[in-house]
Design a protein. Structure first.
Length: 258
């Protein structure tokens, strides 16, 4: 009868020491308050009342950094938020080196985001997000490395700027587009003037080309039936016609006198 209670106590002792960790979990084991080992995944056993455990999730976790109001290098107030993904590489350090690694990662990301925005101009924040994200990743990863945490990705999500600044940026963009349009128009006029100068040289070398062009223009204008076309004759042709008329008149007078 004395062995049965002892056997029951041994079985209970063993049973209460059994633990199970999932594939994505690791257990940090402490024996009488001192770090002992990592255990898991699967079934494992710890000494009841002597050893304790803290489970750590090794999967990639997401931290959303709430929207913050900060000032850029050129003194523009912006509202910006971000999101980062991190993974625990050393569960022992994550539990021992920092009190609450989740809160610590969040605070590091928050302060680093505000600091790095203050080092860049507004245009850089809007146009060079990839560069800022990479810099922010290096800063946060370096800060969390002693905690056994690896920062995988850092991304700025939204950047909100004041309405007055939005109007100024819209005016600037409109001015740039207007400048581009005027330059294109000026280039087109310059090219057209060069073509006209070339055409004038060709016409000067071939006077008949001007008459052919005049006839072509008259034909193009006359294509519209509702158009009244006034043709201006060249001065040479008018002079020639006048001389011919004068010659014919004198000849008639001569014939009459004879």
């Amino acid at each position: 009868m004395g062995l049965f209670p002892l056997s029951l106590a041994v079985v209970a002792f063993i049973f209460f020491g059994l633990r199970i960790a999932q594939e994505y979990e690791r257990s940090v084991i402490f024996r009488l308050g001192r770090y002992q080992a990592l255990k898991g995944p699967g079934l494992y056993w710890i000494i009841p009342l002597i050893e304790t455990q803290v489970k750590v999730d090794l999967r990639t976790a997401t931290v959303e950094v709430e929207q913050q109001e900060t000032i850029t290098k050129d003194s523009v107030t912006v509202r910006i938020n971000a999101v980062l993904w991190y993974k625990i590489c050393d569960p022992g350090k994550a539990i021992i080196a920092v009190q609450n690694y989740r809160s610590a990662v969040y605070q590091v990301a928050l302060t680093s985001l505000r600091n790095i925005i203050g080092q860049h101009l507004l245009d850089e924040v809007l146009k060079e997000r990839d560069t800022i994200n990479n810099t922010l990743l290096k800063i946060v990863d370096e800060a969390t490395k002693p905690w056994g945490i690896k920062i995988e990705i850092v991304e700025m999500k939204d950047v909100e700027i004041p309405a007055s600044m939005q109007r100024v940026m819209a005016m600037e963009a409109e001015a740039i587009r207007e400048k581009r349009a005027r330059l294109i128009k000026a280039d087109a006029e310059c090219e057209a003037s060069q073509k006209l100068a070339e055409a004038s040289r060709i016409i000067a070398a071939n006077p008949l080309a001007l008459e052919l062009r005049r006839m072509q223009m008259v034909q193009e204008i006359g294509a519209d039936k509702n158009t009244t076309t006034v043709v201006l004759m060249p001065s040479d042709m008018i002079t020639l016609a006048g001389n011919l008329s004068h010659y014919l008149k004198r000849r008639e007078e001569t014939d009459d006198s004879v």
